[in-house]
Design a protein around this ligand. Sequence first.
Ligand SMILES: [Zn+2]
Length: 159
Amino acid sequence: MLGRALSGGVPALRDLLGRTSIFIRDASPLVCGAGQNPCSLPGLPGMTHEVFLPAEVFLNYGDNMHMVVVHELGHVIDWQSQIATDSERHFGGRFSDVWSGQPLTNYAETGVFSQWERFAEAVTVYVFRQDYSKVATFRPVTDFQDQMNRMQGLLEGWY
Ligand SMILES: [Zn+2]
């Protein structure tokens, strides 16, 4: 689904994900919150391509599980992104470092690492649009279309 949202399709998605496999683990580390939450962690050695999806998550989200997976892949895309965030063009930044849109969902606003969640939620809203309201509570924002346009540009590599 994420691949279909891109004009470059699945190959473009593979690039965004860093051209390596994504490892799905069935238990979450405690740092993700009592080991019951879906989770993808940045920058820990050997963990940049892992998505944790404990069994409880499948029970909790049921038919909407694919939306949770896209949210987590949004994090992986973020961990793999290398963009310049300073005037000397050091490529040490991530998409989430420069993602300045209003939080699109309550979780994007209140998540513990809200800058990361704001980006991952924007990716998920970009892919599913209004359907994502089955999983997330949308917030009223004034920059929705602007965020969708910017997200398309980021994911399509226009920057
Ligand atoms: Zn998240």
